[in-house]
Design a protein around this ligand. Sequence first.
Ligand code: 5GP
Length: 147
Amino acid sequence: MSLTGPYDPNNIFARILRGETPAVTVWEDDHVLAFMDVFPQSEGHVLVISKTSRARNLLEVEPDVLTRLTAAVRRTARAVDRALSPDGLSVMQFNGEAGGQTVFHLHFHIIPRWADRGLKGHRDGPIAEPAVLRAQAARIAAALDPD
Ligand code: 5GP
């Protein structure tokens, strides 16, 4: 899928936002949702999306939505750091199929990194156990900065 084109209202993240597909929420407010990636590239891989925007990628996003998303990524990354104590954190964001994007609803990846552990491939890993994701999400949520 190219960088330009219509928003598909049936993409998997739109279905999660409508409650049609389950997801393990870390935290949410009226504007953003942070939830666990089901094919995590490392322990604690979180995705952050807008609840209101139909931007497919960074090029399309409204500036006020991007401001909220960036703040949400920072808040989530700080909680991931406190909860899981990684050696580093990769924040990733892909645009267009050729850019590595597979779900066409703008999103940011927060991927904890450990010096002695490799990173699983993008959409390569096995699907994670919901109970494991729920436990990680609870630890991260408990470490969030106040609003
Ligand atoms: P992209 O490739 O578009 O940057 O990232 C899409 C991400 O969504 C991938 O990391 C993939 O593992 C994740 N993903 C795909 N389907 C689902 C799903 O049904 N639930 C959740 N929580 N994540 C998904």
